[in-house]
Design a binder for this molecule. Structure first.
Ligand code: ZN
Ligand code: ZN
Length: 153
């Protein structure tokens, strides 16, 4: 997963009209909420997401970074910086939570696996299938892109 810079005008379309997404880690030590960017949900098949999530791919929902609020446990959040941005996880239970750019970019991506059960959006596309796991065949119900689809942002 990589991050790109967005113009202010592009961010303004993601207004605070909807309920924020809420999530927490496995141990419950960290709980947070953030305003989603509707329609920006992808299955990322890149090797970094696969290894860090311990899964064949990671479903990530994009959210407005300035809207991120920790209800509890921010001190438990650990960051790991590698190619493509900063990946975070709970230092107690290891749950993967969110990714963001090191330069305070406008948005972040949240692992949908840690969201509360009332989250209902589905991934709109597969990205980075050019580096997907050889043993995994992505569903054909949504489009696949070798990298990040250019029309996502
Ligand atoms: Zn990825
Ligand atoms: Zn935890």
């Amino acid at each position: 997963m990589y991050f790109v810079d967005l113009k202010n005008s592009e961010m303004e379309e993601f207004t605070m009209k909807e309920q924020p997404m809420k999530g927490q880690c496995l141990c419950g030590g960290i709980a947070f909420s953030a305003q989603e960017m509707p329609g920006k949900v992808v299955n990322c098949h890149c090797s970094r997401c696969r290894v860090s999530h311990g899964a064949d791919y990671a479903t990530q929902a994009f959210a407005v970074r300035s809207s991120l609020v920790f209800e509890r446990g921010e001190a438990l959040l650990k960051e790991y910086q590698s190619t493509g941005g900063i990946r975070t996880f709970c230092s107690h239970c290891g749950s993967r939570l969110m990714n963001y750019a090191p330069n305070n970019g406008d948005y972040l991506s949240i692992a949908t696996a840690c969201l509360d059960e009332n989250y209902t959006r589905k991934a709109v596309s597969h990205c980075y299938t050019g580096s997907k796991a050889v043993w995994h065949e992505p569903s054909v119900a949504i489009p696949s892109h070798d990298e990040l689809p250019s029309d996502l942002f």
